[in-house]
Design a protein around this ligand. Sequence first.
Ligand code: FPP
Ligand code: MG
Ligand code: MG
Length: 366
Amino acid sequence: MKFLTKNIRQLLGSGHPTLDTVAKYYTQSEGKYVRPMLVLLMSRATSQTPKLDRGLAPSAVDCSLTNPAVLADENPSAPQNPTPTLTSINHDTAYSAQDSDILPSQRRLAEITELIHTASLLHDDVIDHSQARRSAPSANIEFGNKMAVLAGDFLLGRASVALARLRDPEVTELLATVIANLVEGEFMQLQNTARDEKNPAWTEDTVSYYLQKTYLKSASLISKSCRAAAILGNSTPEVVEAAYLYGKNLGLAFQLVDDMLDYTISGEELGKPAGADLELGLATAPLLFAWKDNRSLGKLVGRKFSGDGDVQRAREIVAESTGLEQTRALAQEYVDKAIQAISGFPESDAKNGLMEMCTKVMKRRK
Ligand code: FPP
Ligand code: MG
Ligand code: MG
């Protein structure tokens, strides 16, 4: 984790000074770094499990970013701020932790997951008209929508280069799918229910639609990067599947808690506006559970809480319901499944760390 931000900033170097600034903007503030932390812990926790010969010799895993072919089309006429950064990563020294049980490719994967996550935040803040992120003005406010969107695209480009350099087609496919999943989840979220109706009825599908959206938007990155960490470590299919199930269940719990905090925590403590979901027209788990018992919410859901007093009314109904308790209980169920998934891993500090992440997700307040 010590090298993470520095390496990410190196991956994001651009010869264009403004792009350089915007692209690195969210690396200045302290993120939670949940995704890279999980990748590193999973890499360690699976390092002592049985190994496969996947026919990819370690020498085929090129983690450097020194391929001249990729640098060839970069603008050589930017003397003020050239793009020195792609050539300057020295993994031999940067990753020289002695006897490390984390492979360089797994460390690079951790950085790639944070890049994809940050790209999605840059775009998300434009879509959500966000004012603040990580206790500072969001990038769209600081630099405008156009630069924020383009910077997000740039991050995805650099993440893709780094991914290609891992020379592992299965891992490339997984992380490319994550990017598509993030967009699919965001599209599902544009509607609160599977069918766009004025006065939708509550059905069991209401919750399954929300959970599928939640998987795509939040759990896909966590689950597929845990899977990718195990694959890079040449783990067996059973271990790879266990890593995926851990990430999937933890990711679902993570987003359920996020949706709960939007109702329960002040904006100051969150470092971003609280109560934003209803204002954005979003019906998340606490409201969906409240809706099951109070069908008058259907109309408000249908018009995305856009009527006079809708947001306040919805908040009151959620507060009087068991929606928040049910959301927490469901998050706990997923956390229990995540713990179960890795219970067969050999005992290690990293396995304990993965378990601790589960407790932290349930206790977190930001
Ligand atoms: C935060 O959710 C946003 C996400 C988890 C994913 C957003 C995905 C996109 C915008 C699709 C484009 C993806 C890429 C990779 C460019 P939130 O708005 O509920 O959380 P917040 O309160 O932190 O803003
Ligand atoms: Mg948002
Ligand atoms: Mg959003």
